[in-house]
Design a protein around this ligand. Structure first.
Ligand code: G4P
Length: 527
């Protein structure tokens, strides 16, 4: 098969949701339908259970499992599908944001009873900012939940999306009868008290088919007709171009646990989801079909083997082909590197791969050369954009607790930061190191890993920070000089040397924003 055909076959996407909405169950069902696994329960959840939030050992154990589910690949209708795993736990939200830089589309899972939840809002906002095409899947239709139209409203309002339903449930919970598939123009009915299984699948070409009335009853047919008229009146027709631009989001209903609407979701996905998309670099836009190879590291997984400091760096291929044992340019280090055993992923298996194409995710064994966001190319000086850091939520000074091990501590901190476990800020005034994390949990993880992987002991000290802002201003201006002088205690540098203001309160941030109009205060590291 030719290079261009290979690209056209690839679909790389992520599933995002608030914890417990059904992401793991849906992933598993997609793999089942794709024939990649034979039974439900085969994919171990990498989610960090609520009960384990203070148990970081458990997190370490689960992190070990999650490498296997980082990329789940399968073939369906001749298409090569890569599902990129996104941690649902909010303390690992930054991991998820970074993974979203490597997807070409997403499926958003929403629990029919709970509706739009907090974590979904945050993740969808990131996707919206990047115009990532999204399909919304309303899950758990076997349970009593919110009215379908109320939910569609909620999705539009809370998530800021423009939706168009491609399917509609007939009844709900105990009265759930089936799904009208607007996309495929048929109706599937589910029989049986428990609605645990599809007991009957009936296809109708038209809503006026007398068989339909005989099966679901006149009342349901009338309601359905009214609802379909309503949909026609309120919602725009599905248009793939608008979906691909991130301007229109199709919605499907179903139940992952019971297989309602899953095959339909997959069929719809296969038909509309984008193939690998172009990606912006600082220099230019890179098209997948360009001959020269380029790709970027979006995830680093450490602790593969506790005896070796062995890491796997995940690279998304953006253009050209990536081949085993061919030297490529590591742009940041300006160094040629070749890889003798790049890994590809198939369901839960890892295999050595000789050649990979745009859209593919490859795992590279790494001994500390990579940072999140690094670019590899055939030789061109490129830097891919779009892996920003957001302000952490928690900040603490990190102190060395064993003077004999200061080198190990520094090395450990640097490597953990390269992996993206947390952010490091170095204060301008006294050179003290401040660690910023999204969740309080990461402090324990860092302490534990520094000790066990680097033999370094650290302690923390509270540092009261409300938010980190990245500062942009004219070095020579009076405003900038004065701001730097007055706030010197709160200024530092991030890992790439950018100036950061660690504001101690919302109030003090507001004051400087009002006072120094010529200075820009950014809430992400990329602007
Ligand atoms: P997550 O990855 O988004 O966190 O969610 P996960 O798939 O683990 O699902 C969370 C819970 O919701 C699980 O139950 C799962 O069985 C259930 N679930 C998923 N899809 C459906 C559905 O369509 N209908 C119903 N009724 N439940 C669904 P659990 O009891 O928390 O875990 P488990 O013991 O069943 O694994």
């Amino acid at each position: 098969m030719g290079f261009l055909e290979e690209i056209k076959l690839r679909r790389t996407f992520g599933i995002i949701s608030h914890p417990d909405a059904g992401k793991t169950t849906l992933t598993e069902k997609l793999l089942l339908f794709g024939g990649a696994i034979q039974e439900a329960g085969a994919v171990k959840s990498n989610k960090i259970k609520k009960t384990a939030t203070s148990d970081f050992m458990e997190i370490e154990r689960q992190r070990g499992i999650s490498v296997a589910t980082s990329v789940l690949a399968f073939v369906y209708q001749n298409k090569k599908i890569n599902i990129l795993d996104t941690p649902g736990h909010k303390d690992f939200a930054e991991d998820t944001f970074r993974t979203l830089t490597a997807v070409d589309s997403v499926i958003v899972v929403i629990d029919v009873a709970k509706g739009v939840e907090e974590q979904t809002e945050k993740l969808v906002e990131v996707c919206r900012m990047r115009n990532i095409p999204m399909i919304v899947f309303i899950n758990k239709l076997d349970r009593e939940g919110k009215d379908a139209f109320d939910l569609l409203d909620e999705v539009e309002q809370k998530l800021g999306l423009k939706v168009t339903p491609l399917s509609l449930p007939i009844g709900m919970g105990y009265n759930f009868k089936g799904i009208y598939n607007i996309w495929e123009r048929n109706i599937q009915l589910f029989d049986g008290e428990q609605k645990q299984r599809i007991e009957k699948k009936v296809y109708f070409d038209s809503i006026d088919d007398p068989q339909l009335k005989a099966t679901i009853g006149n009342e349901s047919v009338i309601t359905l007709k009214e609802e379909l008229e309503l949909i026609d009146g309120i919602y725009p027709q599905f248009e793939r171009g608008a979906y691909l631009k991130g301007e229109l989001q199709p919605v499907l209903f179903g139940s992952a646990l019971n297989n309602f609407g899953i095959q339909e979701l997959l069929n719809c996905f296969i038909e509309i989801a984008p193939e690998p998309l172009p990606k912006a670099s600082e220099q230019r836009i890179i098209e997948p079909h360009e001959e020269n190879f380029s790709g970027f590291i979006f995830k680093i997984h450490a602790n593969m083997d506790p005896n070796h400091r062995n890491r796997l760096a995940f690279i998304k291929i953006v253009s050209g082909t990536f081949e085993r044992n061919i030297p490529y340019l590591h742009v940041r280090l300006n160094k040629k590197m070749k890889f003798s055993s790049p890994n590809t992923f198939f369901a839960e298996r890892k295999e050595i791969v000789n050649i990979s194409y745009p859209g593919d995710i490859v795992g590279l064994h790494d001994t500390g050369n990579f940072k999140i966001g690094d670019t590899l190319t055939s030789g061109e000086q490129l830097n891919f954009k779009g892996i920003p850091s957001f302000s952490p939520e928690h900040f603490r000074y990190i102190n060395n607790n064993d003077p004999m091990k200061s080198k190990q501590l520094a090395k450990g901190i640097n490597q953990l930061m390269d992996e993206g476990v947390a952010q490091l800020f170095i204060l301008n005034l006294n050179g003290r190191k401040v660690i910023g994390t999204v969740g309080a949990l990461q402090f324990e993880v860092i302490q534990y890993r520094l000790l066990h992987e680097y033999g370094a002991k650290c302690t923390y000290e509270n540092f009261n920070v409300y938010k980190a802002c990245w500062i942009e201003g004219d070095e020579k201006s009076y405003d900038f000089k004065e701001f730097k002088r007055i706030k010197q205690k709160y200024l530092g540098q991030d890992k790439s040397g950018q100036l950061v203001f660690l504001a101690d309160s919302a109030f003090s941030l507001q004051i400087v924003q009002d006072k120094y109009k010529s200075i820009n205060f950014h809430f992400t590291s990329e602007f």
